[in-house]
Unconditional design. Structure first.
Ligand code: HEC
Length: 141
């Protein structure tokens, strides 16, 4: 008896799910829905206060970046294979945690934070140099 009671309670839910599926199919096949531009938040800024970056560090970072291969994939102002340095600066506040995390990412490479393109690894870049490079990038706010 108990079992039949359960089935009776569940039965109307099938009806609802069917309606839902039909509604979804209708929405997907509606051409108007496709033409609405989807606004994707590419930057996804993390809020937080900014520490100051000594000018000498930023300048050294700029030189280290110029001497490395970074500019083959990054531009300062616009997206290339990798995100624009200015977009990276817009996302991360100038704080030690982010500088450390990004420096590690420059060394190990990876993907997924900005899209499906992969940053090559830079195992020969010392961690201190990577931090200086990242400091320069984050100074471009
Ligand atoms: C082969 C191309 C390539 C090279 C060379 C390259 N990058 Fe990148 N970089 C990328 C891509 C692609 C991403 C986005 C990765 C992601 O979506 O997670 C990225 C992301 C970054 C980020 C942001 C990481 C994050 O998680 O938000 C920093 C900082 C960065 N690169 C710095 C550098 C520096 C400094 C160099 C030079 C030492 C460098 N990149 C060289 C392709 C490259």
């Amino acid at each position: 008896m108990l079992q039949i009671g359960w089935i009776r309670k569940l039965y109307p839910m099938y009806g609802y799910s069917l309606l839902l599926i039909i509604a979804c199919l209708a929405a997907c096949s509606n051409p108007d829905v496709k033409t609405i531009p989807q606004k994707i938040d590419y930057i996804r800024a993390i809020s937080g206060k900014n520490d100051s970056i000594p000018v000498a560090i930023a300048q050294k970072g700029e030189v280290l970046i110029a001497y490395s291969d970074c500019y083959t994939c990054h531009k300062e102002n616009r997206k290339s294979i990798g995100p624009a340095f200015k977009d990276i600066a817009k996302r991360y506040p100038v704080q030690r945690v982010f500088i450390d995390m990004l420096a590690q990412k420059v060394i190990s490479g990876g993907k997924g934070a900005w899209g499906s393109a992969t940053m090559s690894d830079h195992p020969k870049v010392p961690i201190e140099d990577a931090k200086v490079m990242v400091s320069y990038i984050l100074s471009l706010k």
